[in-house]
Design a binder for this molecule. Structure first.
Ligand code: FAD
Length: 713
């Protein structure tokens, strides 16, 4: 075939721009508009696409982007670059892992007029790293195809993801060298979880690959800058999806600023939970008719978190001799009208559910630290309720987790035994009952196994309003209900908290906004996802006595794919919720949903005869659902909450994302955060589980990873 002269000349030109120490900087584009902007920039020498951003702008996760979807956008980008039908700048296309047939992919790319591409060594379909021979073979095929199509100088940037899958820098160098031998022009080394690659790693890679290295720029404080990367000697720097993300942030911020309210505010007419049937006098508290123009600390959110933070700030204040800061709580609706006023009232430390996952991810020490933290809530809450004389129906009990499915029960036994075999002291509180007595011990029909541990039950609204009432007499505390925060901006080193009722200047903002956090801190939008849950209050007809239930419960479904959580109230009535498995597959009912004004259709009748179906002795009880409601939880991408100073934003603090499990987490998390906010304590010294620390790595991992992370897994 005759040499495709014009295209190959452009390929040569692109090749020549990869000079170690004088790298080509590629400001990756993802549609015709961004391509047009970058192409018309006087400093642009070449254009490269970013598949993550192309996928995101089509509303799909990176790994789901097909060759045809990728090519549709790449074609529109290629067209922007053409003058009189000929490309005026070299174009490199991100073809992810090269898709199934690498030769076909290269044909498509060259057909667009492109002169280079990225190929990854992670197999997106099998979700595993390719063996080195397989990955090398694919590079060779790509090179050969380009040659056959008369573009022998086609530039292949071979990406290795080995660092993200347990490999070392040495492994990356080994792979890179083989890719270069196979005909790749440069090697792109991708840092795990979006953390980028460190200075030491880049230095080793440059040395090992003779500078033929591509790295992704991370636009954040503390990461390597373009001049630093130049100095170390890389040949190519890509922005990847960084510009797309920056554009989306700007888009969201402007949209929020220009419209009167941000998208993620609590709705105005929520369903009515049982817990809000006996309202406290402070339910709609406004300490002053107008907002204060200035407050030292502003807490956004008046749920369990916001009120607990304020409570601990005041407590720590009275114990210190420091000048007293003023504290304002701003709440969009009434106090405790969010998840806290709509939950299951279950104070149940997790001793085994997520613990194996945490042990795998962070090690035994970190997991045990978390368990101990949750367990200590029982004592801490019992004490504060007694000390402050808060009437909130607190009751200490055993939680009975019941398995209706044999395999599920067997799995639970293995987890329990594995934890015991690790010698973890807290497992002494766990008791496993096998099938023989599971039904008679638990009272749950058809139980195949059960596990019990210490737990508490309470009226969450009364706890929170009780705590609030202990601090409202302080002249330092100002509470403003029905005051939604629409944005927070910075000016002269201060934060300006904007609401429709005016603004407050402050130096410290605490985001106690849980599920709604992304409305004000968009960088958390993939980390803390609002997820709707359903809960109800079941009682028996007047004049009847509810059959006795000795425990609080988690009842796993007999299909083994879901559960209900249940507590018995002192009057014998029941609070029960969950049933997520009845709607899990229909994401529109629950995932990324902030509407707690309606019920969840597939689950709304699930609890109608739940007690009769589930428990021995309830068959003739006449039990019925008296109140039913929905609430919005802040599910976390990696299960753990985010606590601490918001990375890169001094003066902003977050305490949110409890994954529907805040009761045994929040009170002491708020105590730790108060210490950080008030006393400048470091996270590490604030008695908080290390897993909870909010970090840019965690934020980035969620942004880069598959949609939903643990939430949809
Ligand atoms: C149905 C359901 C059942 C649950 N069951 C349990 C359980 O049994 N056990 C358990 O441990 N956990 C349970 N949870 C989770 C638990 O309720 C939460 O983890 C906890 O209540 C979170 O407290 P919070 O104060 O952080 O959030 P919330 O109580 O939601 O408070 C956040 C507050 O911030 C306000 N807000 C948000 N944005 C703004 C803004 N821009 N301006 C001003 N105000 C704003 C909201 O109006 C809200 O009042 C359940 C949750 C739900 C929904």
């Amino acid at each position: 075939m005759a040499l495709n002269t014009a295209q190959n000349e452009l390929a040569k030109q692109f090749r020549s721009l990869h000079i170690p120490g004088q790298p080509i900087v590629l400001t990756n584009v993802y549609d015709a508009a961004t391509a047009s902007f970058i192409a018309n920039h006087p400093t642009t020498k070449a254009i490269a696409t970013a598949s993550f951003a192309i996928a995101a702008s089509q509303g799909i996760p990176d790994n789901d982007l097909t060759l045809s979807q990728n090519m549709t956008t790449s074609r529109s980008i290629a067209n922007v670059l053409k003058v009189d039908g000929l490309p005026r700048l070299p174009l490199s296309v991100d073809v992810q892992d090269g898709y199934e047939n690498i030769s076909e992919t290269i044909k498509e790319v060259i057909g667009l007029g492109a002169v280079g591409c990225n190929i990854e060594d992670f197999d997106n379909r099998k979700e595993q790293m390719r063996s080195l021979p397989d990955a090398v073979n694919r590079i060779e095929l790509a090179v050969q195809t380009a040659r056959e199509l008369s573009v022998p100088d086609f530039v292949i940037n071979a990406r290795t993801d080995i660092l993200s899958y347990g490999g070392s820098v040495e492994d990356a160098i080994e792979r890179g060298k083989e890719f270069l031998k196979a005909g790749a022009h440069t090697v792109f080394v991708w840092g795990p979880g979006g953390r980028g690659v460190s200075t030491e790693e880049v230095k080793k890679l440059v040395a090992g690959l003779d500078g033929r290295l591509n790295v992704k720029l991370v636009i954040k404080d503390g990461y390597l800058t373009i001049p630093q990367l130049k100095e170390i000697g890389v040949a190519r720097i890509s922005m990847g999806p960084e510009l797309y993300r920056a554009a989306m942030r700007a888009y969201e911020e402007t949209a929020n600023k220009e419209t009167s309210l941000p998208a993620f505010l609590p709705v105005e007419n929520p369903t009515e939970p049982f817990w809000r049937t006996e309202l406290h006098q402070h339910d709609e508290l406004r300490t002053t008719p107008e907002l204060l123009g200035h407050s030292d600390i502003v807490i956004i959110g008046g749920g369990y978190t916001g009120v607990s933070v304020a409570y601990h700030l005041l407590k720590q204040l009275s114990a210190s001799a420091k000048p007293s800061p003023t504290i304002t709580i701003l709440e969009a609706r009434q106090i405790c009208s969010g998840a806290t006023g709509r939950n299951g009232g279950h104070l149940r430390p997790d001793l085994y559910g997520n613990i194996p996952k945490y042990i795998d991810r962070y090690g035994v020490e970190a997991a045990v630290e978390l368990v101990d933290f949750e367990i200590s809530h029982i004592k801490a809450l019992k004490e504060v309720i007694a000390e402050e004389q808060i009437d909130c129906d607190f009751h200490l009990t055993r939680n009975m987790s019941v398995y209706l499915n044999e395999a599920d029960g067997e799995k639970a036994r293995k987890v329990y035994e594995a934890l015991v075999s690790k010698g973890l002291g807290y497992t002494a509180d766990i008791h496993y009952t096998p099938q023989k007595y599971a039904e008679t011990i638990s009272g749950v029909k058809g139980a195949k196994a059960c596990i019990s541990s210490t737990a508490g039950t309470l009226w969450p609204y009364k706890l929170v309003l009780g705590l609030l009432s202990k601090i409202t007499s302080s002249p330092l505390v100002n509470v403003q209900t029905f005051t939604p925060v629409t944005s927070v901006t910075s000016q002269d080193g201060l934060q300006i908290v904007h609401t429709p009722r005016g603004s407050i200047r402050t130096s410290k903002v605490v985001y106690a906004t849980n599920a709604y956090t992304r409305g004000l801190l968009p960088q958390y939008s993939t980390n803390i996802v609002p997820c709707r849950g359903i809960c109800c209050h079941i009682t028996v007809p007047e004049g009847k006595d509810a059959p006795f239930l000795p425990y609080s419960y988690i009842v796993r479904s007999d299909s083994g794919d879901g559960q209900s959580y249940l507590i018995t109230r002192p009057d014998g009535s029941i609070i029960v919720g969950g049933a997520q498995y009845t709607f899990f597959d229909e994401k529109e009912h629950w995932y990324n949903v902030i509407d707690d004004s309606t019920l969840i259709e597939p689950a709304k009748n699930y609890y109608n005869d739940f007690m009769q179906r589930t428990f021995r002795g309830w068959e003739g009880s006449g039990a019925y659902v008296k109140e039913i409601w929905t609430g919005i939880m802040g599910y976390s991408y990696d299960t753990a909450p985010h606590i601490g100073e918001v990375p890169g934003q001094p003066g902003k603090f977050i305490c949110a994302g409890y994954d529907g499990h805040g009761m045994p987490v929040i009170f002491l998390a708020a105590k730790g955060l108060a210490d950080i906010v008030m006393n400048g304590r470091s996270f590490e010294n604030a008695h908080l589980p290390r897993i909870f620390k909010t970090t840019s790595e965690r934020i980035q991992r969620a942004a880069d990873g598959p949609e939903g992370g643990d939430i949809l897994a």
